[in-house]
Design a protein around this ligand. Structure first.
Ligand code: SF4
Length: 376
């Protein structure tokens, strides 16, 4: 189980595509700005209970938000110390930050606590400053670029586990610049996420065409295959892994499970929060103060998200690349008329990308290069 814990419910940025603030979901307004210590300690008890009841399940906890670093070094330090004291290395810890906050005290907390440190950005300065803006519309690249250097230095000197960045796929991004950035900061992971939207709102949210997005992803995949195979890109690794009959570590590919469970700052337990741009709120809410974590397994959306091929649309069921694509990410299949009973809003893009990867496998055979691409 992956627990995405919203320790801070506010953010110092206002990204144009943010599913929390700009895709029509206002739930965050009803929740506490930060998670209280009482709720956090109850969560620790619930994790203990879950591990005792499900010893075979791996647990990963991701400090998330809003912007989790807004919580400050002292509170974050108390949380990390509490988790390590209770579970030792039995659970893995990570934090996903927008990279705008950098102080030595916070970095020490994550270095000492062996917390993987991921930064979200949007590539080159021009695109990043268009999408990842502050509340006044000012781009955040300058600040983040300086901080990336700082994070990399802390990794090399103090062991901060800063190895990857996340970017939302966007044809405006100079993908070559993204790979150069990985070189510059010696990163081994680059997560490329399919843009979040639903079938009804795709054209409100994104102005680029499917063909432009396909070309961009194919260009990225080609450049990666030629020069950067050692960098882990879960979306690409998953496609090659599926082509070779393996599994998928990407929620956008191959009907993979969506094991992420969100713990809101209020202690509410919900399925992956991107699904909230699509699915209606459940009738019965779950809270760590009242419910075991495993109660999420009874949530209707969580069940659909983890039901594999069972809930694919007829079109996906008949699709020749179904076994690789798996219908894409669940939220991207939603429409007001049919619920999740549709192909992905990115169907043609996924078909093009999978077609390209298939062609490369056919031309390269099962050479070492292709085997490297399929390692997830
Ligand atoms: S490519 Fe389209 S039709 Fe085929 S499985 Fe994926 S979303 Fe469904």
């Amino acid at each position: 189980m992956e627990l995405v814990v919203k320790v801070a419910n506010s953010c110092n940025l206002n990204c144009t595509y943010c599913y929390m603030y700009n895709l029509g979901n206002d739930d965050y307004k009803t929740r506490p700005v930060v998670m209280t210590n009482t709720v956090f300690q109850k969560l620790v008890e619930r994790i203990r209970e879950f591990i005792d009841d499900n010893p075979e399940e791996k647990v990963k906890l991701v400090f998330h938000g809003g912007e989790p670093l807004l919580l400050g070094a002292r509170r974050l330090g108390e949380m990390v110390t509490s988790l390590r004291a209770e579970f030792g290395r039995k659970i893995s810890l990570a934090v996903q930050t927008n990279g705008t906050i950098c102080n030595d005290e916070i970095i020490k907390v994550f270095s000492a606590g062996d917390v993987a440190f991921g930064v979200s950005l949007d590539g080159d300065k021009r695109t990043h400053d268009t999408t990842r803006v502050d509340k006044h519309g000012k781009g955040s690249w300058e600040k983040i670029e300086k901080n990336l250097e700082h994070f990399a230095r802390h990794r090399d000197v103090n062991g901060l586990r800063f190895h990857s960045v996340i970017v939302v796929a966007n044809p405006s991004i100079d993908i070559y610049e993204m790979f150069s950035l990985c070189d510059r900061y010696n990163l081994s992971g680059l997560s490329i996420l399919m843009p979040d939207t639903t079938i009804d709102y795709r054209h409100d949210h994104y102005t680029f065409s499917d063909a432009e997005l396909s070309d961009w992803l194919i260009d990225a995949m080609s450049h990666w295959m030629e020069n950067y195979r050692k960098i882990r890109i879960p979306l690409f690794n998953a496609i090659f892994s599926k082509l070779f009959g393996g599994g998928s570590q990407s929620e956008s590919i191959g009907c993979s499970r969506v094991p992420a469970v969100i713990i809101e700052s209020s202690g509410e337990i919900t399925p992956h929060d991107v699904l909230r741009i699509s699915a209606p709120a459940p009738e019965k809410k779950l809270f760590v103060t009242e419910n075991p974590l495993s109660d999420i397994w009874t949530n209707d959306v969580y069940k659909i998200a983890n039901s594999g091929e069972e809930n694919l649309s007829d079109e996906c069921t008949r699709c020749p690349v179904k076994s690789i694509c798996g219908g894409g990410f669940l939220a991207h299949r939603f429409s007001d008329d049919n619920g999740f009973d549709n192909p992905s809003v990115w169907c043609s893009v996924l078909q093009s990308l999978i077609g390209y990867a298939t062609g490369r496998v056919i031309s390269l055979g099962s050479s070492g290069a292709v085997a490297e691409c399929s390692q997830s």
